[in-house]
Design a protein around this ligand. Structure first.
Ligand SMILES: O=P(O)(O)OC[C@H]1O[C@H](OP(=O)(O)OP(=O)(O)O)[C@H](O)[C@@H]1O
Ligand SMILES: Nc1ncnc2[nH]cnc12
Length: 240
């Protein structure tokens, strides 16, 4: 029998789901990392000014974020006393919510980086693996995993990190990133920022150019972003 307290849930009833599918609204269009076209970015005119067509996309993203936030659950005192554990697993239970998550992350990346798209999405063990590969596939770019030490075969780079509840070692395979590739690091949550900082250390060891970090949400009060210094950090649900 579970001794866990009942989670605090948001509203996740299927009646909250929009009629239109995010994928139907914005079908997957892989962005070629080698594209040399100089046409205006979506939502911008030839001079780079934001066109009125961008507004519906941003308001649509705001609606998607509210839907995603409503699906999260909180478990007090898990895995140890004093931790307010945010459970992201319901994001993947309902395919409509899952689809909205990947579409929202994709749209957020488009809005952040326009045509200067990342070549590689790096995802962190283990929850970054739940959506990183799908996001990379949707965008038509590589996915490269950061794994806990001892799980990856062959030559690897290693970085140590301190978490909200422990110390650990991360690794990447030496050929996961080619020198000069533009990398976006994704994970579900930033808490202390230790995991993300170690992932950035690994990407730098491999010669990758870090464009930024993208998280679904942030645990407040831990100042995780300070560890990431000047690297652009985006929290999808920050303003949801
Ligand atoms: O900002 P930080 O303090 O580093 O914490 C954030 C990290 O902690 C969690 O992973 P965890 O290490 O619990 O592993 P898991 O994904 O395998 O559950 C979470 O998924 C992030 O990766
Ligand atoms: N409070 C928290 N909830 C869920 N995952 C976490 N990872 C680190 N801190 C966390």
């Amino acid at each position: 029998m579970s001794s866990q307290p009942a989670p605090v849930t948001g509203s996740t009833s299927s009646s909250d789901l929009p009629v239109t599918s995010p994928l139907a609204a914005h079908p997957a269009q892989p962005i070629s990392s080698t594209s040399t076209t100089t046409t205006a970015t979506e939502g911008q005119d030839a001079e780079g000014r934001q066109s009125t067509a961008a507004a519906p996309r941003s308001s649509e993203l705001a609606g998607w974020k509210m839907k995603l936030k409503a699906a999260l659950r909180h478990f007090p005192d898990f895995p140890i006393k004093g931790i307010d554990f945010v459970d992201i697993m319901p994001l993947f239970l309902d395919p409509s919510v899952h689809e909205t998550l990947v579409a929202a992350l994709d749209l957020q990346i488009r809005e952040l980086y326009s045509e200067n798209a990342p070549d590689v999405i790096v995802g962190l063990d283990a929850r970054g693996f739940l959506f990183g590969p799908g996001l990379a596939l949707r965008r038509g770019v590589s996915f490269a995993p950061v794994r806990k030490k001892g799980k990856l075969p062959g030559p690897c780079v290693t970085a140590e990190y301190q978490k909200e509840y422990g110390v650990d070692l991360f690794q990447m395979q030496n050929d996961a990133i080619k020198p000069g590739q533009k990398v976006l690091i994704v994970d579900d949550i930033i808490a202390t920022g230790g995991s993300a900082k170690a992932a950035a250390d690994l990407v730098k060891q491999l010669g990758g150019e870090i464009m930024g970090f993208l998280f679904i949400l942030e645990i407040p009060g831990l100042n995780g972003r300070e560890k990431l210094e000047s690297i652009q950090t985006t929290i999808l649900l920050e303003d949801a």
